[in-house]
Structure formats: C-alpha cells, structure tokens
Design a protein around this ligand. Structure first.
Ligand code: GLV
Length: 325
C-alpha cells in the first residue's frame, strides 16, 4: 500500500515531484497549529511527516500517530521536535545541516554591523522625517560602536560559528570562541565562557537549543558581559534570558542587540525588546535566501525519499535508530 506523507507547508511542486512518485502527499495549508487540528484518523494514517520549525512535534502528537515512520524537518534546528520520543519509537528525525551555514553567518554579521552602527535606528530616523528638521550632520551625529579591531566572542563553534569567525577576520577583529564540546578552531582563541563574556565587545550565539543551553545567557551571565557589548543571536531565542537582556539594555550595560530569534515567535508587538531603540530585530530569517531555502527543501525531501525507499536518512539527528532496530 502507498504510504501517506503529510507536509505542513505547500512546498514548490517542482521540488516535490520525485516524492509524489513514492507516496501520497497530503499538503496542509492554513494557520498554526496545523497538525494539532488534524482528526485522529488523519493522524493515525500518517506514515511520514515533513515539517517546518514552527510545527511542534511533541510526544502527545506522535502518541496519536501509531504509523509514523519518519519526521523530516526543513530546518537545521530540531528543538521543535521531541527527538527523545521519536528515538524511543525508532523514528528517524531528519534535518538540513550544512546548506545554511553561509546565509546564517551573513545574517549574524549583518545584525552585528546594523546593531553596532545603528543602521535600523538611522533608517527610522530618516523615514520619520527627523533628518534636517531636528538635527543636521555634525561630528557627534549618530555615533556608533567600532567593529573593525574589536573583539568578537563566538558561543558555539560548529559550522556557522566558524563561518562567522572567518567573516570577523576580514574585519580585523580578534576572535574568541567557546563551545561546549571544547572544539578548537584555527584563528579562534579558545577560552572559557566566563572569559569570553568578560572580554568580548561583540558576542554572537551559534548553539543548538537543548536542555543544557536553554537560558545559557541568564541574568548572571549577562551581568558579566563587557560593559558596552553588543549581543547577536541567530540561533534560538530560548538560549538568552530576554528579560535580563532588556534590563541590561535599559541600564546601559549593553550597547545594543541584533536578534533574528526570539523565545516566542512571532514576537508580541508589545514585547519590551521591540521598544528598545538599540535592538535590531528581524523575523527569523537567518537562512532566508532563495538558494539556501531551495537547498534546505531538497535536503528535507531527500531525507523523506530515502526512508520511503527503505534507505537510512542521509541527514538524521538520531542515527542510533538504525543500529537498535
Ligand atoms: C533555522 O533556524 C533552522 O533551524 O533551520
């Protein structure tokens, strides 16, 4: 019998073609939560799931999916999936590593530069009609923070953290790095997290969100950051205590923040982060280039196709499921 695969977003038909030959595709459209509003029959008959990072794939959901054989996410992060629950059922979970490294590193650097040199603030200033009416150019007009020659601390030295380090070298920055695995990277001075926070003019976060990294940058850690530092986060909002970040910005301890990710997405319009003029916020677009997103979709479809053809998933976050079967 043909398998039934649910996709939580209408991916481009030209990319889905090969998959459509291998299974029946059920493409969901509408507003979240899409999966949680499926009927018990629809959940029970689902053999595979291709999802986005906005879908919550938790134990309660998959308990209602007795025939689920794989989950393939169009994302590198899998914190929206209860991987432990999947592994317990020998369900492989696929993701899209590698292809979004440069796009995400570019976004981190764009946020770093924008936050340091007040790009978003300057843009608002012009659009609101303030340039020329209230002020004019002067030697102390719209001063920002020097990037070139500064010290960048990179938290997490996986592929994206390393790509950010390469960009920083081009800006003549000194680069410090800390990663939970203790990995050493050429051109990056490995230090403890404490030392990194103490010495860095800019701190950029590049870790996956997990139990161990949730709230890693809490109030106590943020208090030890170098006065006047800029925080950049393109990883996951849950790694930074956002109320502590707002407090540090309001007190002037931190200079600015560049944020692509938030504890709750979409961020609420009345969130204090959005009221702070030195916060540059973008809507989780780290990997959002046409080419990168096409590659991510192709990897996710490839992961699904492999399972449907009886092969191991090429990009599986819990490959142990193949040795315990
Ligand atoms: C983006 O945040 C991703 O995990 O792909």
């Amino acid at each position: 019998m043909r398998k039934r695969v649910v996709i939580t977003y209408p991916l481009p038909p030209e990319r889905l073609g090969a998959l459509a030959n291998l299974c029946d595709l059920d493409v969901l459209e509408g507003s979240q939560p899409l999966l949680q509003s499926l009927s018990s029959e629809q959940l029970a008959s689902c053999n595979g799931l291709i999802c986005l990072l906005t879908d919550s794939i938790d134990r309660a959901l998959v308990d209602n999916m007795p025939n689920l054989q794989f989950v393939s996410s169009v994302s590198v992060g899998v914190d929206h999936i209860d991987v432990e629950a999947m592994t317990a059922r020998n369900i492989p979970v696929g993701h899209t590593p590698g292809v979004l490294v440069d796009a995400t590193a570019d976004t981190a650097f764009a946020l770093l530069l924008a936050a340091a040199r007040r790009v978003a603030e300057g843009d608002r200033y012009i659009r609101e009609g303030n340039w020329g009416r209230k002020t004019r150019w002067s030697p102390d007009f719209f001063l920002g923070k020097d990037v070139s020659g500064g010290t960048l601390g990179i938290i997490g030295l996986g592929a994206i953290g390393q790509a950010v380090a390469r960009r920083a070298a081009g800006f003549g920055m000194s680069v410090l790095g800390w990663t939970p695995s203790g990995r050493k990277v050429p051109g990056v001075d490995s230090v403890s997290l404490e030392e990194l926070l103490l010495r860095s003019d800019f701190v950029s976060v590049h870790l996956a969100l997990a139990k161990e990294t949730r709230n890693l940058l809490d109030a106590a850690k943020i208090a030890t950051m170098k006065p006047g530092a800029v925080l950049v986060n393109t990883a996951r909002g849950g790694i930074v205590d956002e109320s502590a970040l707002v407090a540090a910005l309001n007190s002037g301890h931190l200079y600015a923040a560049g944020l692509d990710v938030f504890e709750r997405e979409p961020i609420a319009m009345d969130d204090p982060l959005l009221r702070h003029p030195r916060v540059v916020a973008v809507p989780h677009i780290g990997s959002a280039t046409t080419l990168t997103r096409a590659k991510m979709v192709d990897l996710a479809i490839g992961n699904a196709a492999a399972v449907l053809q009886g092969q191991p998933m090429p990009h599986c976050v819990n490959p142990g499921v193949y040795t315990t079967q």
